[in-house]
Design a binder for this molecule. Structure first.
Ligand code: CA2
Length: 147
């Protein structure tokens, strides 16, 4: 099992700005917690953040050659805009879990729609950094079931 965790635009600002919405934990800390979880599950985990749509898409494409078996993604604002990122995930056909720190359904209307949700195996939103952990746990469970 090899899992790719992708963080979209602006998530590098976590813990540095807008702590009332996105919390005080930084991305490195979230990634370190996910690494610990993955190690316990005997699973390899790679994390990557980019502020660029095309770079994220390239990374999704690269996932197959890298032997990745599943993806956890917080697409950030691209959630609500990117058909191209959705097409990339559909294109590689890897099981993908969408995660969000905030509850996008309880925020502005433009955040309610996700282009990724219909092609993801599931979505976790609203639990802060725990959303990533729940999403990773769900993906590991899904991949183990498929073995
Ligand atoms: O709740 C989430 O995880 C989001 O994916 C975060 C995105 C937002 O556009 C989505 O609607 C929901 C924004 C990420 C920006 O992260 C920041 C963190 C700290 C300071 C400023 C931005």
């Amino acid at each position: 099992m090899k899992i790719l965790v992708l963080h979209g635009p602006n998530l590098n600002l976590l813990g540095l700005r807008e702590p009332t919405i996105y919390g005080q934990t930084n991305l490195a800390h979230i990634d370190a917690g996910l690494q610990d979880m993955a190690a316990e599950a005997n699973c390899e985990l790679v994390t990557f953040q980019s502020n660029h749509e095309g770079t994220l898409i390239d990374r999704v494409h690269q996932a197959l050659a890298d032997g990745v078996t599943g993806i956890v993604i917080n697409p950030g604002g691209l959630t609500h805009t990117s058909i191209a990122l959705r097409d990339a995930i559909t294109g590689v056909g890897l099981p993908t879990v969408e995660v969000h720190l905030s509850n996008i359904h309880a925020r502005e209307e433009f955040r309610h729609h996700s282009y990724l949700a219909p092609i993801a195996i599931g979505q976790v939103a609203g639990f802060g950094p725990l959303s990533y952990r729940l999403g990773l746990q769900a993906l590991i469970y899904h991949l183990q079931k498929a073995d």
